[in-house]
Design a protein around this ligand. Structure first.
Ligand SMILES: O=C(O)CCC(=O)C(=O)O
Ligand SMILES: [Fe+2]
Length: 194
């Protein structure tokens, strides 16, 4: 039966709670904290959130995409499960971006770079709200989506390309694992760089 409440809040946004267990969450957070996390860099600015990439690294300072360390063994099972969740072929999600948002860190309004196609994110630690906005005439249309810890979301289609998203400054620490696939353009650029 068709249930109105099964309708996604935004076309192209697909999410689920309890994607990882509390034990898995603890283990993932410990692994992320053990990495060499560096402040997000953007055209000479240093952001407050701390990041580390595997597979592919997108350098926001230079606007360039490059291969980086392969996904470690501890991340691969999560990547496999994220691909299954998103109905993507194994190996499609070639990038993992790990982020720690300490209190006062957030992420400003953006669309993910066109070098990437599918975006699949897993939330750990403090709950957050993923805010969406889209310009409509002189105003913004807005939506808010809760990101509960241990949940997963996928952005594609309208949610991925037509709307910007952001997360307000956190008051408690949140970690996220965002997996991405390459777009045609990204594949071309990375091919040219190798
Ligand atoms: O932390 C998140 O779940 C979202 C991160 C994000 O939007 C991004 O890295 O592009
Ligand atoms: Fe994003």
């Amino acid at each position: 039966m068709h249930d109105l409440f099964d309708e996604p809040l935004l076309p192209g946004l697909h999410s689920a709670d309890a994607f990882v267990t509390a034990d898995e969450e603890r283990a993932l957070i410990a692994q992320i904290d053990a990495l060499d996390l560096a402040p997000f860099r953007f055209q000479g600015w240093l952001g407050k959130r701390l990041t580390h990439s595997f597979g592919l690294h997108y350098d926001f300072d230079r606007g360039a995409l490059a291969a980086t360390d392969p996904m470690p063994a501890w991340l691969q099972p999560l990547r496999d499960r994220a691909e299954a969740f998103a109905s993507l072929a194994p190996g499609t999600l070639e990038q993992a971006l790990l982020i720690r948002y300490d209190p006062s860190a957030g992420i400003g309004w953006h669309r993910d770079r066109p070098h990437f196609e599918h975006v699949v994110g897993i939330s750990l630690g403090a709950p957050a709200t993923l805010r969406f906005r889209r310009r409509s005439n002189e105003r913004f249309e807005r939506r808010s989506v809760p990101l509960p810890p241990r949940g997963i979301y996928q952005l594609q289609g309208e949610a991925r390309y037509d709307w910007e998203h952001s997360i307000a400054a956190m008051t408690q620490t949140r970690w996220s694992v965002t997996f991405r696939s390459l777009s045609e353009r990204g594949r071309m650029l990375i091919g040219a760089a190798l």
